[in-house]
Design a protein around this ligand. Sequence first.
Ligand code: AP5
Length: 217
Amino acid sequence: MRIALLGPPGSGKGTQAARICEAFKLVHMSSGDILRAEKISGSVNGRKIRDFMANGMLVPDDLMMSIMRERIIKLGDCGFVLDGFPRTIVQAEALNRMLFELQRPLMLVLNFVVDPTVLQRRFEGRRICPACLSVYHVDSNPPQTPGLCDNDQEPLITREDDRHDVVQKRIQTYQETMAPLVAFYAQMGNFKTVDASGAIPEVTKVVLEKMHRHFEG
Ligand code: AP5
């Protein structure tokens, strides 16, 4: 299975990608996690992307493609879930060409749609584990011990781009780029919309049902 998840910041792409990958034994390719790891590594790319991310802007397409291309090629025959990538028409077209050449085209694109009124609460309560990158929410998806990751007991942190002003910019950026991307995938087929406004288990149920129907007919 080769799947891509589209949707606004905070819509639950990362949360649902983790659950899809567990259910179907796929590799989770989160562009945000990959970029954050580049930043922490202090690599040349990491230094180039720092300001874009801190200000809620998209990393330029050519740089984004150079970061993702090599990682996608390395996946070989493994199934994967792309989370947060592609985000522009340029990225979508470049990804399409690359997957076509590799003879491993995308099989399904799920577009998460969320009632905007629920988004702010999701950002305010999000906590992540800096070690294993697990995502929690203080109310809707709390860890067993408050403030500590269930997997490795690391103290949870807040993402630096979850500050209110940066969140507003990220949502605006998404709104400016979303429509052409959705139109691009809608005309290619294999495109489904998911209402991601409900509770996490409800959304997972809908996603997995859509996937079973799509892949098993
Ligand atoms: P990225 O890390 O991809 O952020 P994003 O797309 O803005 O998405 P988020 O990670 O904020 O949200 P999500 O949809 O994954 O929600 P989550 O599951 O965490 O990108 C960060 C930055 O990197 C970008 O701003 C850009 O600068 C750069 N970048 C990344 N990709 C790029 C690209 N392709 N091109 C250029 N630049 C790129 O859930 C959110 C919270 O809500 C969590 O606390 C979770 O526990 C909770 N939650 C989830 N689902 C539910 C639910 N159903 N009900 C209640 N709570 C829920």
